[in-house]
Design a protein around this ligand. Structure first.
Ligand code: 5GP
Length: 345
């Protein structure tokens, strides 16, 4: 008989953070930087742990340059050539501490990754990204990459449950990407029925990872800066963002002008659009699990970065966390039935 978990699992929209008495005078007193030492690579990272997603419309070199200026991180998408990487490294060496090279699990992906890491040795982060991190094939791939690159920091995902977080960490990954189905242009939940409410996934996976001195990224589902704060409050070490970073000058995707308004194309990496662009079409045996949307053009991403960081500082002052690292200890979530007043939209 199938099992049913009767505990209620929660998304960001189902909770709010309770304010707490605090001695912080101003948002300016809040430190959003974190210094993190990774379990397997033994390397240390210092920065603001907000990450642009490795989607080809978000994880661009232009995005990395703009985000690195503020100490944020970018997982660079896997469709750049080695030549592109060399040019980026030459033109923006100061950004290299804040980027990861993304790879899938095919032999071709592995060779491409190896060449990038050889040609651009200052890149110390690898992002091994598959839609379904539960396959044994993926675990073996993580082991192979760890054996080949013993001192690189490995991000691996995506998964949503503690036992798989542990398996990937014990197989050599340092940071586990958590999230199946919450993304703004993801249709996995409707196409497959599979998923896990993101706030609960983060709470449970952070607990599993931290028990092994590993770390997690909450990946997807942040529809507003408050959701980023909730993910950190739930124990995420990093928060990965796609949709909130789409539509800017630094985002990839075609610029569309219509009826005097400007839009940018934004699509899931498993959408028909992405498969046509990168794989010459969708194979018959699979369904597209991502959508394509036109998002209003929003100018320089810096405005959005400042909005998100301003929101986070404010969360920390409301909850009395002088440092982002303290937020989970200060966080009490209140279940709610409504988080925004709908009168004006
Ligand atoms: P967002 O911040 O837009 O809510 O979520 C971004 C995340 O959605 C990405 O980092 C990635 O994990 C996920 N994602 C991107 N494209 C697709 C897709 O086509 N299908 C699915 N299932 N997830 C996607």
């Amino acid at each position: 008989m199938p099992n049913i978990i009767n505990d209620i699992k929660l998304d960001f929209k189902d909770v709010m953070l309770r304010p707490k008495r605090s001695t912080l005078k101003s948002r300016i007193d809040v430190d959003l930087h974190r210094e993190i030492t990774f379990r397997n690579s033994k390397r240390c990272y210092k920065g603001i742990p907000v990450i642009a997603s490795n989607m080809d419309t978000v994880g661009t070199f232009e995005m990395a340059k703009a985000l690195a200026k503020h100490g944020l991180f970018t997982t660079i998408h896997k469709y750049y050539t080695v030549e592109d990487w060399k040019l980026f490294a030459e033109s923006s060496p100061e950004s290299l501490d804040h980027v990861a090279a993304t790879s899938g699990t095919s032999q071709e992906d592995f060779e491409r990754l190896s060449t990038i890491l050889k040609e651009v040795p200052d890149v110390s982060f690898i992002c091994l990204d598959v839609a379904n991190g539960y396959s044994q094939h993926f675990v073996e791939h993580v082991r192979r990459v760890r054996a080949t690159f013993p001192t690189h920091t490995i991000i691996a995902g995506n998964v949503v449950t503690g036992e798989m977080v542990e398996e990937l960490i014990l197989s050599g990954a340092d940071i586990i990407k958590v999230g199946i189905g919450p993304g703004s242009v993801c249709t996995t939940r409707v196409k497959t029925g599979v998923g896990y409410p993101q706030l609960s996934a983060v709470l449970e996976c952070a607990d599993a990872a931290h028990g092994l001195q590993g770390h997690i990224i909450s990946d997807g589902g942040c529809a507003c800066p408050g959701d980023v704060a909730k993910a950190f409050g739930a124990g995420a070490d990093f928060v990965m963002i796609g949709g909130l970073f789409a539509g800017h000058d630094q985002s990839g995707g075609e610029l569309i002008q219509r009826d005097g308004c400007s839009y940018k194309l934004f699509y899931g990496m498993a959408s028909q659009t992405a498969m046509e662009k990168h794989a010459g079409g969708k194979a018959e045996y699979r369904a597209a699990e991502g959508r394509t949307v036109e998002v209003p053009y929003r100018g320089d991403v810096e405005t959005t970065v400042l909005d998100i960081l301003g929101g986070l500082r404010s969360t920390c002052t409301y909850t009395g966390a002088a440092k982002l690292k303290e937020l989970p200890r200060r966080a009490t979530f209140i279940r709610c039935t409504q988080q925004a007043n709908p009168v004006y939209g």
